[in-house]
Each structure stands twice: as C-alpha cells, then as structure tokens.
Design a protein around this ligand. Structure first.
Ligand code: SAH
Length: 347
C-alpha cells in the first residue's frame, strides 16, 4: 500500500496516473485530505463509488497518531506526543495567542547538539524527521482546531531537534506547508530557530524564503557559549552573528536572538554589557527567556529583579529586547520533557 499522506498535487497526480485516474481528481483528493481532514477515501463524497474503492485498495492516508495529550489548565497551551511508527514519537505544542494559533514543530526525534540546559538532547538523536512527518504534526493540530472552527496561523520550528541539521527535509516541509493546496501558511508567519549551523544559514539565505530566523545565542562570549552549547566550538559566536547579520540584510527581515537567562551563569551585568557590544547596530531583537528548569540539570531561573535589570541594560544600550511570556509550564512545555518521560517509563 502506498501512503499518499504528505504528497503534493503533482505527486498525487503521478501516483494516480498509474491507475489511469484522470489528473483533476488529484486536487479533489488533496482537498478532502488536507482541507477537510478526511483519511478515508469513502468519505470523499464527490468521487464515484468505484473510484473510492480503487483508491482504498491501492493507497492509504496515514497521518501521525496521538500517543498522549496534555492541556494546560490555563487553556492556552496543549501538548501532543505524536507517533509516526513504533519507535518514533515527537512533541508538538499548540499555543493559543492573541494574534493567532501557533504550532511548535519538532524537526528531529531527539537531538545531538548537546546543549547543557536542554531536555531534548538528554537521550541523544534518534533520527531525522521527514518533511511528511513534520507536516503531519501541523496537520494533526489543524484537525483538532477545525473542530472549534479555527486554524493554525503561525509556526515556530522550535520543538525538539536542530532544523538546520535536517536541512533538505525542513526546506521541503516549509514549501509543503506553504502550498495553497495544502495548508497555505505564509512564510512570514513561520520562524525557524537554530543553534547556529553557519553554512546552512548561508544556504537558507539563498532559498529566498521570507521566514523569520531566530538564533539561539545564550551567551555573549565563546568561552561561556561553548560550555552551554558545544556546537560553538565548530561555529563560534563571531561567525554566527556575522551569518545572522547577512540574513537580516538580505531578507530585510528582523532577526531574533534567543537568550535563555540562567541564574548566576549568564545573567550578570557584565554579560549584558558584552551582549550589547556584540549586537550593536544589528537589525535584531533579543528575546530573553527565563530558563525552564529541567530536572536533570542544575540550572535555575533568575529572580524577577535580575531579569528586569538585564532587560533594562539592553534597552538602555539601544538593543531591542523583550522577555518571552511563558506558556504551558504545567504541561512540561520545555522541549523534550514529555517525550523523555514517556521513553523513560519504558513505553
Ligand atoms: N535547535 C534549535 C531549535 C530547538 S530549541 C535551537 O537551538 O534553536 C528552541 C529554543 O528553546 C532554543 O532557543 C533553545 O535554546 C530553547 N531551550 C532549550 N531548552 C530550554 C529550557 N530548558 N528553557 C528554556 N528554553 C530552552
């Protein structure tokens, strides 16, 4: 059986042409599958009965399945553990915000970047996700929202995994999700977050996709950044910031630098001074994220006063900066925590 879930119109055309099914049926099938969330050919009521049964014997439509769902008691965040096969499950998060419904997509099952503060990397990398699987994450949430008469409006590639270490499939996924016949999500509503895989930031510039780039900085100098993010040994801060600057210039899109605040580690005045020197004159916004403590790590959140002092120093130095509003703390929204618990419990 061929799984046609995740194929675009042209690919569906090609698959059905082998059965001598006329090509215009492709758009009808895609419509039922992607716009109406049907995964049985027998629900596609504008197809003749005999065509429905031919399709059902040759093809299947297999989106990911739900293993676990957690809803925040505040009503703003839902977390889904979605499975693609027996061994592969990832986390996908829905955040309901004032401006729309944002989905946080995982790009790898696990991660091997080794960042010291992150839960996703604790169990290593299991495998890259395919474009179809990433699409399946968004599709799953879209179907849930359809029941409420609303839809997914924004995407952040900030779930488990390093998107620029799974470059080709991520680009394929972005084109798929943007396709009018599939989900039609505007590139401007998509943010890709990276730990700074420099050569692939340059490749991304050449793709000419007006998505927002977000770079995880987390430290203002190489010594500290290498301790927190081992990838910094390969791609040091200066090269990362240079690539970021070129991205902003070429795409005319404001860049975001993410900076987790960890008590006593990277949140002192001298760090704020160094950070503002590093970013002076850039078309960028610094997003300060009070750390989500992970139980396996001894990192804690700074006091409100320290967070405010760090923010104020940046603002006083004319660096655009904001503190991220926290969502879904009660549903383990820090990437990777739900999946880890699930794997550890021996499921
Ligand atoms: N690999 C990519 C995208 C996934 S992580 C990247 O590094 O950007 C998405 C964001 O969540 C990153 O900025 C990451 O540093 C941050 N993050 C990871 N663990 C966190 C934690 N415990 N608390 C707060 N943010 C965390």
């Amino acid at each position: 059986m061929v799984n046609i879930f995740g194929l675009d119109i042209e690919e569906i055309k090609e698959a059905i042409s082998k059965l001598n099914i006329p090509s215009y049926r492709s758009k009808q099938i895609a419509d039922w599958m992607y716009k109406k969330g049907k995964n049985s050919f027998y629900d596609m009521t504008n197809l003749p009965k005999n065509l429905q049964s031919t399709l059902a014997t040759e093809f299947e439509i297999s989106p990911p399945t739900l293993t676990q769902r957690l809803d925040s008691k505040y009503g703003d965040t839902s977390k889904f553990l979605l499975s693609f096969d027996e061994n592969t499950a990832v986390e996908t998060v829905l955040m309901r915000k004032k401006y729309g419904n944002s989905v946080c997509v995982s790009t790898q099952a696990g991660c091997n970047m080794g960042c010291a503060f992150c839960a996703s990397t604790l169990l290593g990398l299991s495998r890259n996700l395919t474009a179809t699987e990433m699409f399946g994450e968004v599709y799953y949430v879209e179907n849930e929202l359809r029941k409420e008469g609303i839809s997914v409006t924004n995407l952040v590639l900030m779930g488990s995994g390093e998107p620029l270490m799974n470059y080709d499939e991520v680009i394929k996924f972005l084109r798929l999700i943007h396709d009018e016949n599939i989900m039609g999500i505007g590139y401007r509503n998509i943010t890709l977050s990276t730990s700074g895989i420099v050569p692939n930031i340059y490749r991304l510039i050449e793709e000419n996709l007006p998505i927002t780039l977000s770079i995880s900085l987390h430290a203002p100098n190489d010594e500290l950044r290498t301790k927190l993010m081992p990838i910094n040994k390969k791609y040091p801060l200066k090269d990362v910031v240079e690539a970021g600057q070129l991205y902003a210039e070429r795409t005319k899109r404001r860049l975001t630098y993410e900076y987790i605040l960890i008590d006593g580690i990277n949140d002192e005045k001298n760090h704020a001074v160094e950070l503002s020197e590093l970013l002076r004159g850039q078309l960028a916004n610094v997003n300060l994220i009070p750390i989500n403590p992970v139980k396996e790590r001894n990192f804690y959140r700074p006091s409100k006063e320290k967070i405010a002092a760090f923010l104020n120093y940046l603002l006083k130095s004319n660096i655009s900066a904001t503190v991220r509003k926290e969502m879904g703390k009660d549903v383990n929204a820090a990437c990777g925590q739900l999946r880890n618990r699930y794997l550890e419990e021996g499921n």
